[in-house]
Design a protein around this ligand. Sequence first.
Ligand SMILES: Cc1cc2nc3c(=O)[nH]c(=O)nc-3n(C[C@H](O)[C@H](O)[C@H](O)COP(=O)(O)O)c2cc1C
Length: 335
Amino acid sequence: MIDLSTGYMGLQLVNPLVASAGPLTESADNVRRMEDAGISAVVLPSLFQEQIELESTGLDLDLNRGGDGFYEALGYLPNLAHYNTGPEGYLERIARIKRAVRIPVIASFNGTTPSGWVRYVHQMEQAGADAIELNIYGIETNPFRSSDQVELDYISLVRQVKLAVKIPVSVKLTPFFSALTHMATCLVKAGADALVLFNRFYQPDFDLESLEVVPRLSLSTSEDLLMRLHWVAILYGNVNASLAITGGVHTAEDVLKSVMAGADVAMTTSALLKNGIGYARHILTGLERWMEEHEYESIRQMKGSMSHRSVADPTALERGNYMRVLSSYQLRART
Ligand SMILES: Cc1cc2nc3c(=O)[nH]c(=O)nc-3n(C[C@H](O)[C@H](O)[C@H](O)COP(=O)(O)O)c2cc1C
């Protein structure tokens, strides 16, 4: 009997396949189907800092009204009051989904700067969330804010969220830090129980006819996994926190690679959007089959086995490898 169980920031999960935040985890019905298909935990779609700020400033939601910058900026955002059912609806959703399933339910908050909204995570905890995933999806466009300031804000935010709740808190990160390992260490020192690598940045496109910037969301492929494997392999054993991979997990092999790099869980959204919720069962069956064929008894046994600490040649994960890869390509091109 193969033991697929894994621990993730103190949560005991029956296997490492988790559904990440996305449209499929919105409804209790879908989450129940995910549980039936073997998914071991779900992350709900995010509630956004802007939604709480909007509500607490008592602004009415006629976003086109008035000409000042704040209203104009809000006009670019979706209808915040109702997005993801809005703040009140979000708490009801947590409670509803918790009643529907036995697997852990992780609420997600998307924010970048500490402010009054942080108390809201406490309400998520009270609504029954088993953990909070804090998504720090920031795109810093202000030329006067240094990377230091941005990072200190993130660290302070994690500290405040941790103070507000007793349940575990994970931080969903961007890969764009110049010293990611140091930043990861700081976030863990600030209290992060897990790090989720990485946010996928949705790159806007240009419409050449209308000369508008248009949002474009493309689903991932397994190619997106590689950068995540690389960083999890480096962080494993270097930070005292659970690690999760999100981005590019589509197959049983992707889950295996994630665990071997050092992830406690492999999260997926695109694969389920493309193939349906039942596809999770296919991934898990493949996972078990592979482990059986390769005589692994447990997930625990393979965790981190391909990490920076464990591989025979760790320089393959470092800068030295860069030159090796480039030169091997040139050699191939000549032959
Ligand atoms: C339509 C859609 C909606 C998403 N909504 C959220 C969200 O609300 N909060 C969040 O943290 N991530 C959100 N994500 C990102 C996913 O949780 C996940 O991190 C990302 O899609 C990469 O994983 P994948 O390659 O398995 O899709 C969303 C992704 C998609 C495709």
